[in-house]
Design a protein around this ligand. Structure first.
Ligand code: ADP
Ligand code: MG
Length: 447
């Protein structure tokens, strides 16, 4: 555990005020984490910061404590704006900040889409000191003149790499670009690639860069394995694992909302009580699923990447990548939902035979070997008829291509774009081998 907590330091030594020290104590924090011990004094000194630290290492308090210390001195309404990519994360960060302010008179307000405007507006009119919000809703209230940027003394981007990726980049440019006054800026994430760092630096003045991800991007408390499985066996393998391994609280990640819903129904049909969360559900439903998750009423949550970042739920014992993510950084965040604040956790990933490269990319990024797990008591099913037929069709097509290729090689090449309807679909005769051919499959123990 000492790779997360700086047991040689106390919060008192970091120069915190009495009310915040009391709150930290109430929250049961005895020692700061390393990222807190590094970030807090530098942020208190007023420097801009770009900090990378692993999932579950207490980045919220690392930026939250100095924000609250600074605003408690000036008591400026709208003195700090903290932006998060997902509504549930904004709520969670606001909750942690409220815990930290319980012995002060500072007001923290979460502001996010899907929430009733007329509930929010009176609260905004009271001039809260700290706003924690998602970009869309923040901009909306700004346009209505209810959320000024010109009072901001400290701006924070949590999950900065997500906030500066293409989906949010323009919103962030507008929001941070709207702060013309002198202000401090703090950016944090567990993953910050070179491109994102370049973009981030446009918003930072002479920043202190802190990287606390030495040797690997994932915490050592998480045990990672992969299962080699055919696409059509994934549902059954999941049920097998959920019933044979009896994980306590499992988060299952799928690539699309449709897979989330389909898998959730499948599990329910198999007698496993599973719930779903993704962006197409209305906010009321999202809130009730989150409440169930936090109260421990739920044992399996099937999720889209909506739940991949930031969420801090104490007892998630297992994260299962039902679909491997395309982006290796997403893997880091997904499995970071377990093994938080020094606890243990297990991460399993389903890898289909054509996903060897994705797995390798993840291993390269994280600098961790994700070993193959054996599951001897699971019986893989037969190749489905449709897949069998598709394979035969492809094999035939390949054979035809080979024949055509050798014939073309001995005859003068046909005129460019010549159309012969008796030959290929569209009449185009290929003059070269296809770029990618069958094969190149990852080796599995079952083959
Ligand atoms: P990150 O943002 O780095 O993923 P969080 O800020 O969500 O991590 O913190 C993870 C968990 O650790 C939270 O439940 C938080 O309350 C707890 N935590 C943070 N700092 C400490 C500390 N110094 N001691 C004990 N627990 C802590
Ligand atoms: Mg976080």
């Amino acid at each position: 555990m000492s790779d997360i907590f700086d047991t040689g330091t106390t919060f008192k030594q970091l120069g915190l005020s009495a009310p915040i020290l009391r709150a930290v104590d109430d929250m049961g924090f005895t020692h700061p984490t390393y990222v807190q011990a590094e970030v807090i004094p530098i942020a208190l000194a007023g420097r801009d910061i770009l900090a990378q630290s692993k999932t579950g290492t207490g980045k919220t308090a690392a930026f939250g404590i100095p924000v609250l210390e600074k605003i408690s001195r000036t008591k400026t309404p709208f003195g700090s704006l903290i932006l998060c990519p997902v509504r549930e994360l904004a709520v969670q960060v606001a909750h942690e900040l409220r815990n930290l302010t319980r012995h002060t008179d500072l007001r923290v307000l979460p502001v996010y889409g899907g929430q009733r405007m007329n509930v929010q507006i009176p609260k905004l009119k009271k001039g809260p000191h700290v706003i924690v919000g998602t970009p869309g809703r923040v901009m909306d209230f700004h346009r209505r003149g209810l959320l000024p940027y010109e009072h901001v003394e400290v701006a924070v981007l949590d999950e900065v790499d997500r906030m500066l990726d293409i989906g949010f980049r323009e919103d962030i440019r507008r929001i941070l670009g709207g702060m013309r006054q002198e202000h401090q800026t703090i950016f944090v994430s567990a993953t910050i690639g070179d491109e994102i760092e370049k973009l981030a630096r446009r918003y930072l003045k002479n920043p202190e860069k802190l990287v606390l991800t030495a040797s690997s991007l994932t915490v050592s408390q998480v045990t990672q394995h992969h299962f080699s499985v055919e696409r059509w066996d994934k549902n059954r393998l999941l049920v097998h694992l959920l019933t044979h391994e009896t994980p306590a609280l499992t988060l299952v990640f799928c690539r699309t909302k449709q897979t989330v819903d389909g898998l959730c129904s499948y599990l329910n049909r198999k007698g496993i009580e599973a719930h779903a969360i993704h962006g197409d559900l209305h906010q009321g439903k999202r809130n009730s699923v989150m409440a169930k998750l936090r109260s421990g009423e739920l044992s399996v949550l099937v999720a889209s990447d909506l739940a991949a970042r930031g969420l801090d739920v104490d007892d998630i014992t297992h994260v299962i990548n039902f679909d491997l993510p395309e982006d290796p950084e997403v893997y880091v965040h997904r499995i970071g939902r377990t093994a938080r604040a020094g606890r243990d956790g297990i991460a399993w990933s389903f890898v289909t035979p054509d996903q060897g490269n994705l797995l390798t990319n993840i291993e390269k990024l994280t600098n961790v070997e994700i070993e193959l797990a054996d599951y001897p008591d699971f019986e893989p099913g037969p190749v489905p008829k449709a897949v069998q037929m598709e394979r035969e069709r492809k094999a035939e097509l390949d054979a035809t291509r080979l024949v055509t290729h050798s014939r073309v090689a001995t005859e003068p090449p046909p005129e460019k774009d010549a159309v012969d309807p008796t030959k290929f679909p569209g009449g185009k005769v290929p003059t070269a081998m296809p770029k990618r051919r069958m094969g190149g499959r990852v080796r599995t123990r079952r083959r």
